[in-house]
Design a protein around this ligand. Structure first.
Ligand code: ADP
Length: 622
């Protein structure tokens, strides 16, 4: 793969990381920006979710308040009350009234029932012993409910007994006689039970009065805490009304943010750090109270954070999947590129190879052409060589023939001239002698001519079974004078059987004589010349071996002995045709003539012939 391609690939691999980094950064920014929005959304959801609980709490409080609202009027309607108010000094009536009030309080579960005169002085109470702390001090209190009762309405009022710290709710109604207010019946109930009902829920519930002071709370530590810092006037009013013991009132530092109508976010700092609450508030207009339900904002905030994290994780997941898909595609692209590259390089290689093949093919064709040309040239050279060889042979032959004939011709000429001279001088005998020499010269020349004829025209005589013994006997007989002349000894071991061979008796005899003659020629310098003539027989062949004790065959001679016109003898002694003719004769018989050196002796010539079988003999007989 090329360097540029690799760089491009690396760049492509890095690109998705950059995109995904940017994408995640953008998501992170979005999450940071939108987390407050999400938080507000979840806070509002929490606030809206409080609606049912808030309504239940408000209803329950209203019910509790309403349940006792008619009670004072019922008590006031009792005749005993009216009678006592007629005669407040009567101890009996007072005792009866107090008994009535006590029984009523017990029956209602009220904390106290009081009868006051039109000036607010307690005349009788459910607790005659005045051990009811509120009752004990009630007569000394100026209470707003009294004013309201005197003004003609049913008074309802919340107050906290200063001595016990127990909160109580007062209901009061006037006792009228002839249109005039004679006294007031007041009933006090505890709200502790209601408070107890508020506890244990997931949310806090508080009830604040018009001064923003908490007087009912699911949390004890928030009781008598003011959500709004009390100014001096308000403190004076509270002090004058003895509504709450001022020394117990404390501010509750807080910060409020309105999320929507009636739903606020409270950051309350109760000394242990700020805590956030989602609040929903409902007003009980009749009493001027506000019931507020507070749920920890931490849950909504955690939910917002979780959602933000979730969105981010989701984005991360999408980024991871995108990255995976991207990488997968990049890998596939890469693989595709590699395959394309491999294919391309393969094509290039194939093209190169094809070119190489074409080139070598071209070279081969050239070589073939060259070889053909060389072969043609060789053939021509061979033809030329053959021609040259023929010419050389012809030259050799001409030289040999002219040499052979020149000498007897020159002698003949000399003898003829001498004969003429002798005849002129009438020396007839001398002339005759010369003429007879001429005749012998002519004989010699005709003998040479015969040799040449034999060589040139191979007799086409048919072969036939020939008796080796008879051929050898004739040859020995013919050679005997020369053997004797040369003082040579012939050692001939006659074959035990009489082998017959395929050949021609005269020609075979001629070959054997030629070999024996050559043997004698080679032994002119040998002290005791010997010729060994042996016959060796095998199943199919018969060998006639001629060995001498002569000079033997030097290497260069051995190579050429069968060549025509090859001779080492002096001119006039040999034409170099004997062995050549003999070789061809034996070849015509289907046999073989070979020459070698016999160890311890001179040359060894072997005539190898095919043994004549019975069918050959039969054919010959016919
Ligand atoms: P020529 O006898 O006329 O020379 P041949 O063909 O018969 O021709 O012989 C060829 C040559 O072979 C001879 O000149 C001689 O050198 C060699 N030769 C043949 N026979 C023998 C032998 N028995 N020993 C040594 N040399 C031989």
């Amino acid at each position: 793969m090329s360097e540029a391609h690799l760089v491009k690939l690396r760049g492509e691999r890095r690109r998705p990381f950059v995109y995904i980094g940017v994408f995640l950064f953008a998501i992170a920014i979005c999450v940071l920006v939108f987390t407050p929005v999400l938080e507000r959304y979840f806070l509002l959801q929490t606030g809206r979710g409080q609606a049912v609980t808030l309504r239940l709490a408000v209803d329950s409080l209203r019910l509790t308040l309403d349940r006792y609202s008619r009670i004072p009027a019922l008590i006031a309607a009792r005749p005993a009350i009216a009678a006592f108010l007629q005669d407040p000094q009567s101890a009996t009536l007072k005792a009866d009234t107090e008994k009535l009030l006590s029984e009523t309080a017990t029956a209602l579960g009220a904390k106290g029932v009081y009868l006051e005169d039109a000036n607010g002085q307690i005349l009788a109470s459910s607790s005659s012993r005045f051990d009811d702390p509120l009752g004990a001090v009630a007569d000394r209190f100026y209470r707003p409910y009294f004013d309201r009762v005197v003004a003609g309405g049913i008074g309802q009022y919340f107050a906290l007994a200063t001595t016990s710290g127990e909160s109580g709710y007062f209901y009061a109604t006037p006792v009228r006689s002839k249109g005039r207010i004679k006294g007031i019946v007041a009933v006090r109930f505890s709200v502790n039970q209601f408070e107890a009902n508020l506890r244990g829920g997931a949310s806090e519930i508080i009830v604040r009065d018009s001064n923003d002071i908490v007087f009912i709370s699911s949390r004890d530590d928030w009781n008598l805490r003011s959500f709004t810092a009390l100014d001096e006037d308000a403190q004076n009013v509270i002090a004058a009304a003895r509504q709450y013991p001022l020394e117990l009132l404390r501010d509750l530092p807080n910060r409020r943010t309105e999320l929507e109508r009636n739903i606020e976010l409270f950051e309350i700092n109760d000394g242990r750090g700020a805590t956030g609450f989602v609040t929903s508030t409902s007003l009980i207009a009749r009493a001027g109270w506000r019931v507020t339900i507070l749920s920890p904002a931490s849950e909504a905030r955690a939910l917002a954070r979780l959602t933000a994290i979730g969105i981010f994780l989701f984005a991360l997941l999408i980024a991871a999947i995108t990255l995976l898909i991207w990488q997968r595609q990049a890998r596939m692209r890469e693989r595709f590129d590699e395959q394309r590259e491999a294919k391309r390089s393969l094509e290039i290689r194939v093209e190169q190879r094809t070119q190489e093949l074409n080139e070598s093919n071209r070279q081969l064709v050239e070589e073939i052409e060259e070889r053909k040309a060389t072969e043609k040239q060789l053939r021509q050279t061979q033809t030329e060589l053959i021609q040259a060889g023929k010419l050389a042979a012809l030259g050799q032959m001409s030289a040999a023939i002219s040499h052979e004939f020149n000498q007897p011709l020159a002698a003949t000429k000399a003898y003829a001239e001498n004969a003429v001279a002798f005849l002129d001088r009438n020396r007839d005998d001398d002339a005759r002698s010369n003429v007879s020499r001429i005749v012998s010269m002519v004989d010699r020349m005709s003998s040479i001519a015969k040799h040449l004829r034999n060589f040139a025209r191979r007799p086409q005589e048919k072969t036939k079974p020939v008796s080796v013994s008879s051929v050898l006997s004739s040859a020995i007989e013919l050679m005997q004078p020369q053997l004797t002349k040369n003082g040579a000894e012939l050692l001939f071991s006659k074959p035990p059987d009489d082998p017959w061979v395929i050949g021609g008796d005269i020609r075979l005899q001629q070959v054997v004589i030629n070999l024996m003659r050559n043997a004698l020629d080679a032994m002119t310098e040998t002290a005791a010349p010997k010729i060994y003539l042996n016959v060796e027989t095998e199943d199919e062949t018969v060998r006639i071996v001629v060995i001498d004790d002569g000079t033997g065959l030097p290497d260069e001679v051995e190579k050429q002995v069968f060549d025509p016109f090859f001779s080492t003898k002096d001119p006039g002694q040999g034409m170099g045709l004997g062995l050549s003719i003999s070789y061809n004769i034996i070849k015509d018989f289907g046999g073989r003539l070979s020459a070698e050196n016999a160890s311890g002796h001179g040359a060894k010539f072997t005539i190898e012939l095919l043994r004549a079988n019975s069918s050959d003999m039969k054919d010959a007989a016919e």
